[in-house]
Design a protein around this ligand. Structure first.
Ligand code: CTP
Length: 216
């Protein structure tokens, strides 16, 4: 089975106000769709999005980063996860305290006390319960200098999180459907995935992950 984290997380300040990251969930759903088309079973630990997931995927809805970590850890502990793929745009911080109900704005403190959220993918990867562990790095790559910095940031995320491969995706993916992406494995040659939309990238990534699984 392939396990994906996908979408944003919400970190509530009270029952209605929250911090989040911009994420439509489309990349996660495109990878799920491409993996299902190749007959892999897919479970998605899904943060709140407006879109509907692929019908044949098992979906575990979550709201916060901590819920995402707990839900994915339970799936991993079942022991049949081949590939863990961290696609989620996890909100890096959460309010130190969640206020009860919906306090009037006059009762909400103007200064937010934030604490760092867990790195969901790094914590799950550290348990080594899947056969391969894949991450994403969304970086700006508009100039050759930005591209150099992006590769170096992606490679350090790959090493820091103990991943088997990371997908470096141009930040253009946030504004349009087409982006330039690279597959960067911990061992072996980088693969230029070219400029493509999320559906095409997803199919190429599924092929890269299958190849990684074969070499394990
Ligand atoms: N990720 C995660 N939990 C977090 C932050 C990131 O699981 N709290 C995962 C993402 O799903 C992605 C990868 O880690 O697969 C890289 O995310 P990114 O936000 O680029 O990395 P950060 O480690 O947060 O780096 P930065 O210092 O650039 O914010």
């Amino acid at each position: 089975m392939w396990l994906l984290t996908s979408g944003p997380t919400r970190e509530h300040l009270d029952s209605v106000r929250f911090l989040t990251n911009a994420s439509s969930g489309r990349m996660g759903f495109a990878i799920a769709e491409a993996a299902l088309a190749r007959d892999h079973e897919v479970t998605i630990v899904q943060g709140p999005v407006a879109l509907s997931p692929p019908p044949r995927a098992h979906v575990l809805p979550v709201v916060s980063a901590i819920e995402m970590l707990e839900s994915a850890a339970l799936v991993l502990e079942r022991g049949d996860v081949e590939a863990l793929i961290g696609v989620a745009a996890v909100c890096d911080f959460r309010p130190a305290r969640k206020l009860a109900g919906k306090p009037a704005k006059s009762a909400v403190p103007r200064q937010l006390d934030l604490v760092l959220n867990p790195d969901v993918l790094a914590e799950l990867t550290a348990r080594r319960l899947a056969r391969v562990h894949i991450g994403f790095a969304l970086q700006s790559m508009r100039t050759p200098e930005e591209e150099r910095v992006a590769f170096s940031a992606a490679r350090s995320k790959l090493a820091r999180k103990g991943l088997d491969a990371i997908v470096l995706n141009g930040a253009a993916a946030m504004e349009s459907d087409a982006s330039h992406a690279y597959w960067i494995p911990a061992r072996g040659e980088d693969v230029d995935l070219g400029v493509a939309d999320k559906t095409v990238h997803a199919r190429r990534l599924v092929a890269c992950i299958e190849e990684l699984l074969v070499r394990r």
